[in-house]
Design a protein around this ligand. Structure first.
Ligand code: NOJ
Length: 954
């Protein structure tokens, strides 16, 4: 029976969704500021800033001090109790650990004894867990926690401090000052970083609520947000009262800080308080949220959070990982200390709840940081090969016929594509795991037709489950009690795309097991092993929730409040989906592909991300570059932005430029809002379609280099797109540059055009190496800034001399069809006359590479002997032989030398050698003319990729 209440709430749901859509369609390019808190509207942010101001204004000492009698140092770990002295003389005990790790990192944790022991009472009848949340590492950290047992107390101890030397050659030192508590980190006797330098450390301890607020003498503090907090019509009941924690971290002599994605704005983070021109006034915020029409150049929060920051100065990079899953804000100020020539970057971090848990990275190179971050939080997934090719998405392809039509038009226009995506509307009334029975009558047939060209589908599956009577998924969710609960312990109900919905709680092992069962082919009928998944709205987005997300006093598995886990919530959902896809085919699991909007440190292990709902505007194209660079250096390289812009309709020029930039995003997908005009690359017509096609084909041509780059990221966590400071840590002129980047270790330097009507652009070369224009071989032989002509059909790409790049030059309809195609090697000869590079190949689908089923070759060109050689560096495993046998026929069909020495002129043949067999092949030489490099091409040298070979050009 349909009750009146249901009808009323159904009407409300309809109106809210209609309003949400209307807001999306209004295309007024302005974020709805009133939906999101400013620091002043977030109780703990305001309190921590006020605390910092009060400390700065007074000469009072920080009330935190180590009780020296509690200090124990053993086996790489320093333990002590920090006493927090309250003004009434009471002491709150805070257990401190400073761990020294074999990786050379150190880790600092601070908890609260009373809460740890569960000795507190909750303010009201909530089931919320009493302790401070300490399980973020369970989700984010996968290794790198072994103690450095050789860490030792320094021989010279200054009274009132404990100094510990650690790391290789004991070059690192932590000087732990007891009173007031402070830690100075040194490398090579130079101060790098100071914790509690400015005395902003503030761990809000538990206290009972007393109506006359003067329980601990802190009556001067603003208590208005301690016990309850309202925003946008929602009241947060705060069962634990105030629980925030803050700390200032000074990077000594470091003028640049990078990271803490996801934000718009420059890669080198701006000041947020009292700074110079262009400084923000709000702190950078990390609180995963669905922000409509997000603002550019802003510290506002976005969909994901990685609380990892690099601090950089000439020749040195250090950093911190602030492992909190709760809402977090970061203030940044740059100031000079007397006697110093460079400014310090003074940061101030504060989170709403949980323990303090910080990892300290002392570098010295940017790559040391990204590597150590990978050791801790996992390296980027080695993606399925198809997923690094081109993806065609739109909200929505409305029927299986429409999918077929798009598929056919790509073929007709000879544009390669690997994946066609299905957004929300493929479902039956927004019930995930179902298909619209009228429009998608034969999904299996649809997949089979795509499969003819080895193409895949990705379908949207969100964490909100439609609350309706005729849907077995929701019935199961309810019956099994696997949904997030509200503060009253009832199933939480909110609104999202399907209207009234419930949310799966992926913190629960039972919830995850159940989620896996939904992806089984006999349950998710109409899906196949080639159907992959897009996890959207997983911040989670709740249309009628505070700040478009879940109330903070909701409860998750283990009775942790949503407040405690908010920023890792999205990652837990992707984790569940990743494992569900793995389990779909237990006999021969293939690599899952999951795209996520929300993320945290560690999400890179599970798939790709994209930067959400951008706008079809030049400014959004421009800002996509620093956003993706920031994600890359923070450990999430597999990232991209909606090509073409989600909202609005791009001009053909903008779309074309976006495809040219997107061809260099690690994750390359075009997407568009429901209300925009069709804009598949074949729609625009001449000359745009041809130019976009060339950009997409360039991506396919370079896929072997991209796949090799993804492989490198999967073992070293190195960024795939690398900013200037990362490439040239000594070159100060590059520290602010964030509109050009290098593609992994290929030496390719790309400067996407992001300005309307641009016919030229300036590109900056930092090093004394020869660079070649990738397309016409024009030489740039000195460091400096160069103007490149950039008519619409030109992407500014330079190749740094000294690299060898593998390519596949035969155009195909999808990447899988290129599997056995022969390779081309392009040797960009460097100033020394030498060059080097590598190629990684595997089946691109399964996990057989873990048993050695791959080919890894290292190429080098040596100018002294004029020999180009390839060495097999595969670490052999049980499956190597069989895989190499299967790939035995795959050849290198062409070798192109750019910057060929003039001695080669007149030479017409070269000798190649493999397996003791020699072969003469033809060499063609092209002279250097008009500033363009000389080149040479070796045709069909009769070499294959599985074995060592060499070619002599002497
Ligand atoms: C929001 C996502 O950001 C967007 O890409 C998607 O098209 C819509 N949700 C509809 O599913």
């Amino acid at each position: 029976m349909v009750s009146l209440r249901n009808i009323v709430s159904f009407e409300r749901v309809k109106w809210t969704i209609a309003l949400y859509l209307l807001l999306q369609l209004s295309l007024v390019s302005a974020v709805k500021h009133h939906d999101f808190k400013t620091c002043d509207q977030s109780g703990f942010c305001k309190r921590n800033r006020a605390y910092a101001d009060a400390v700065s204004a007074s000469a009072t000492q920080s009330p935190y001090q180590i009780n020296p009698e509690t200090i124990v140092f053993s086996q790489g770990q320093f333990n002590a109790i920090v006493d927090k002295l309250l003004t009434d003389g009471t002491i709150v005990k805070l257990p401190l650990t400073v761990s020294f790790l074999s990786s050379g990192l150190s880790r600092i944790t601070l908890d609260e004894e009373r809460r740890q022991k569960g000795e507190i009472e909750l303010r009201h009848e909530s089931k919320a867990r009493k302790e401070r949340f300490n399980q973020a590492p369970d989700w984010a950290i996968v290794g790198g926690l072994d103690f450095d047992k050789s860490a030792q107390l320094s021989e010279q101890q200054v009274s009132g401090t404990t100094s510990v030397q650690y790391g290789a050659d004991k070059r690192k030192k932590a000087i732990i000052q007891h009173n007031p508590f402070k830690i100075v980190f040194e490398r090579d006797d130079q101060v790098q970083m100071i914790f509690n330098d400015r005395g902003f450390m503030n761990l809000e301890h538990w206290r009972p609520k007393i109506d006359q607020a003067d329980d601990d003498g802190s009556e001067k503090e603003d208590q208005s947000t301690w016990w309850e907090e309202s925003f946008g019509g929602n009241t947060d009941s705060k069962p634990k009262g105030p629980e925030s924690l803050g700390l200032d971290i000074t990077f000594s002599g470091y003028e640049h800080v990078y990271g803490i994605p996801e934000h718009t704005g420059p890669l080198s983070l701006r000041e947020t308080r009292g700074g110079s021109d262009g400084a923000f006034t709000e702190p950078y915020r990390l609180y995963n949220t669905d922000v409509f029409e997000y603002e550019l150049n802003s510290p506002m929060t976005l969909y994901g959070a990685i609380p990892f920051m690099h601090a950089h100065k000439q020749g040195s990079t250090v950093g911190v990982l602030w492992l909190s899953a709760a809402e977090t804000w970061v203030d940044i100020v740059k100031a000079k200390r007397s006697g110093q020539t460079k400014r310090d970057t003074q940061t101030h971090w504060f989170s709403e709840s949980g323990i303090l848990d910080i990892f300290v990275f002392l570098g010295p190179k940017p790559a040391d940081l990204t590597k150590a971050m990978g050791d801790l939080t996992g390296n980027s997934q080695l993606p399925a090969q198809f997923s690094i090719a081109y993806h065609q998405c739109r909200w929505n392809y409305m029927s299986d016929e429409e999918v077929q039509e798009v598929n056919a038009k790509f073929d007709k226009s000879a544009i390669p594509v690997d994946v066609i995506w299905l957004d929300l509307e493929y479902t039956d009334d927004r019930k995930y795991f179902t298909w619209d029975p009228d429009k998608f009558q034969n999904p299996i047939g649809m997949h089979e037709r795509l499969d003819l060209q080895h193409r895949k589908t990705v379908v949207l599956i969100d964490p909100h489950i439609k609350n309706t009577h005729d849907y077995s998924v929701v019935q199961d969710l309810k019956e099994k009690g696997l949904a997030v609960r509200n503060k009253m312990e009832q199933i939480f109900e909110g609104w999202c795309w399907p209207g009234s919905s419930h949310w799966i709680d992926c913190f629960s092992p039972e919830g995850r097991a159940w989620w896996s069962s939904l992806f089984k082919l006999d349950y998710f009928k109409g899906s196949t092993l080639n159907t992959y998944v897009w996890n959207d709205m997983n911040e989670p987005s709740v249309f009628n929730g505070p700040e478009i997300t879940m109330p903070k006093d909701n409860l998750h598995h283990g009775n942790w409040e949503h407040r405690d886990i908010h920023n890792i919530n999205g990652m837990t959902f992707v984790n569940a989906t990743y494992h569900a896809l793995l389990e779909r085919n237990p006999k021969k699991p293939t690599r899952p592909f999951v795209l996520t909007r929300s993320f945290y440190a560690g999400s890179q292990r599970l798939g790709a991300m994209w930067t959400g709902d951008n706008l079809a505007d030049w400014s959004h194209l421009k800002e996509s570059i620093p956003m993706i660079l920031s994600l890359n250096i923070a450990g999430f390289p597999n990232s991209g932005a909606d090509v073409g812009g989600f909202f609005g309709t791009p001009s053909p020029e903008l779309l074309t430029r976006w495809f040219q930039a997107g061809a260099f995003y690690p994750f390359f997908r075009a997407h568009a809002h429901l209300d925009t005009r069709r804009r598949e690359p074949y729609v625009a017509g001449s000359p745009y379609t041809e130019i976009m096609t060339r950009a997409i084909r360039l991506r396919y041509q370079l896929l072997p280099a991209w796949y090799t780059a993804f492989h490198e990221a999967s073992i070293t966590n190195a960024p795939i797109l690398r900013p200037q400071y990362y490439m040239f840590p000594n070159d100060e002129a590059g520290f602010d540059i964030d509109d050009q980047f290098y593609l992994a270790s290929t030496g390719l330097l790309i400067k996407p055009i992001t300005m309307e009507g641009a016919t030229s652009t300036d590109i900056y070369i930092a090093d004394d190496e020869i660079y070649y224009d990738y397309f016409d071989n024009v030489i740039y032989s000195k460091p400096g800034t160069y103007r490149l002509e950039t008519p619409l059909d030109r992407i500014p790409v330079l190749a740094q001399g000294g690299h060898i790049i593998p390519r596949k030059d035969r155009p195909r309809r999808s990447s899988s069809l290129m599997k056995y195609d022969p390779f081309t090697l392009v040797v960009f000869i460097g100033k020394t006359g030498n060059a080097g590079g590598s190629l990684y190949v595997d089946d691109g689908e399964t996990f057989d590479y873990q048993s050695g089923a791959y080919i890894h070759s290292e190429f080098s060109f040596d100018s002294d002997s004029s020999t180009l050689s390839s060495r097999d560096i595969t670490v052999k495993g049980s499956m190597t032989k069989a895989y190499h046998k299967a790939m035995a026929e795959v050849r290198i069909e062409r070798i192109v030398f750019i910057g060929a020495p003039s001695e080669w002129q007149g030479k017409t043949s070269v000798t190649s050698e493999q397996d003791s067999k020699k072969h003469e092949s033809q060499l063609t030489f092209g002279e250097s003319v008009g500033g363009k490099a000389a080149w040479a091409v070796v045709k069909d040298p009769k070499i294959t990729i599985t074995k060592d070979w060499k070619i002599s050009l002497a």
